[in-house]
Write a protein that binds this ligand. Structure first.
Ligand code: PLP
Length: 440
């Protein structure tokens, strides 16, 4: 008789049981130490075991830990919304709380469709996104995702939303070379809009830096400015999926700030609570909220746990910790330091085709041939094997595979907590160096 309890990501695999964490370190029950070189799933932005967060949880739980959003509000949720609006660019002043990044992007999709419906425009119901993208695992979010591996099993249930090519210079899907290309990948959005018909399209969604399905793919500097212009030209809302890049990860509170482009909606999650509790949010512009307020007055989304005071108190403590310890600034400086080390490894190992990223969101892409950039065959399982070697050697790195051309795209993300030090980065690099050495 089969004995099954917790369903693990890969059935039949053994997972270390973690007993506690402190700073960038995790410890399993046997006492083995792991450096959290990926902040879990690019989540634990302030490191593990921060006392102030535990204290905020305790305090809030002692007052009230749950109220339902259509019956009450709470000081914690109100303050958190104000804090996020303070950091958000332009007129993005309204915040809708959800529990995961998938819910945040899906709410963004719903808000965009609702914005047009409220104005009597009932045909604008599609969203354009890009191949090589990940916006979440629920069906609406997956529909918008161009991560082929995650889509394939549920293809029959998904809208075929992705339509545009990604700004993936290292393996350009348009076979162009930057800067001579004139950023044709941005023009590709315009071609997709014209092919589908602007009257059908509510929004365009993009990760500012492609994470889980590409390994920190940074677009050319002109890209998002052009995208903004195209969206405006066709009356299409622009959604930035900052679930991975937001909350200081790239050295700015929101990655879109790197290009000084203001979207209409931003989705955040992950680093918002730094993993201390499930929490995410959709940040919406005044322009959109004014239309909904003049119309039905109801944002048609929400979950039982939306705007949960307990989670809101945690997020406030996380942001407070980030501010006091200047973690956004540290992410920028340490990110540069990490990148310098990664470039050194690239010289050493021919299988490292590209290193890239911004702040503490760094990616490495492995290729069979660094000259032709030919990827490894899927069966080579470079990323899987490296992950396992790194884990044995006490380092967590994050896989970014399966999202690119079908099922390949061997990349990893290195994204330690934002309070990582130079000495700790040197330790991360030492283990990574040793692990890549064992792989080859
Ligand atoms: N959007 C992006 C850019 C992500 O990286 C992820 C998760 O990796 C999501 C959305 C989905 O977030 P969640 O796993 O919290 O649902």
């Amino acid at each position: 008789m089969r004995k099954s309890h917790l369903i693990k990501p890969v059935l039949g695999s053994e997972y270390p049981v973690i007993s506690h964490g402190k700073g960038i370190y995790l410890y399993d029950k046997e006492g083995k130490q792991y450096i959290d070189g990926s902040s879990g799933a690019i989540t634990c932005n302030i490191g593990h075991g921060v006392h102030e967060v535990a204290e905020a949880m305790w305090n809030q739980a002692n007052h009230v830990s749950f109220v339902y959003r259509s019956q009450f509000t709470s000081e914690a949720a109100e303050q958190l919304a104000e804090k996020i609006a303070h950091y958000a660019p332009g007129d993005l002043n309204s915040v809708f709380f959800v529990n995961s990044g998938s819910e945040a992007t899906e709410t963004a999709l719903k808000v965009a469709i609702q914005y047009f419906q409220e104005q009597g425009d009932m045909t604008k119901t599609k969203v354009i996104s890009r191949w090589t993208s990940y916006h979440g695992i629920t069906l609406g979010a997956l529909s918008m995702s161009g991560h082929k591996l995650r889509r394939q099993r549920f293809a029959a249930l998904l809208e075929d939303f992705p339509a545009a090519h990604p700004p993936y210079c290292y393996q350009c899907p348009l076979k162009e070379t930057y800067p001579g290309c004139g950023v044709k990948c941005a023009d590709d959005l315009e071609s997709s809009i014209q092919a589908i018909g602007p009257d059908q399209i509510a929004a365009f969604i993009a990760e500012p830096i492609i994470g889980a399905s590409g390994g920190a793919i940074v677009p050319p500097d002109e890209y998002f400015g052009k995208i903004r212009e195209i969206c405006d030209k066709y009356n299409i809302l622009m959604i930035a999926d900052e679930v991975m890049t937001g909350m200081g990860r790239t050295g700015k509170m929101f990655a879109m700030e790197h290009w000084d482009v203001t979207p209409d909606i931003i989705a955040i999650g992950k680093g918002m609570s730094a993993g201390y509790t499930p929490m995410a949010a959709t940040i919406v512009s005044d322009r959109i909220m004014n239309v909904i307020e003049a119309g039905s007055k109801v944002v048609m989304s929400g979950h039982t746990f939306s705007a949960n005071p307990q989670s809101a108190a945690v997020c406030l403590a996380v942001i407070d910790y980030m501010e006091r310890n200047k973690l956004q600034e540290n992410a920028e400086v340490m990110g540069q330091y990490l990148m310098n080390h990664l470039q050194r490894l690239q010289w050493k190992y021919p299988l490292i085709g590209d290193v890239r990223g911004k702040g503490l969101l760094c990616g490495i892409e492995f290729v069979k041939n660094p000259i032709t950039r030919e990827p490894f065959e899927i069966t080579t399982k470079v990323t899987d094997r490296l992950l396992s070697i790194c884990l044995d050697n006490g380092l967590l790195v994050y896989p970014a595979v399966g999202g690119v051309t079908g099922f390949s795209g061997d990349s990893i993300l290195l994204s330690p907590p934002l309070n990582v030090t130079k000495e700790q980065i040197a330790d991360i690099i030492d283990i990574l160096d040793q692990s890549i050495g064992e792989l080859t």
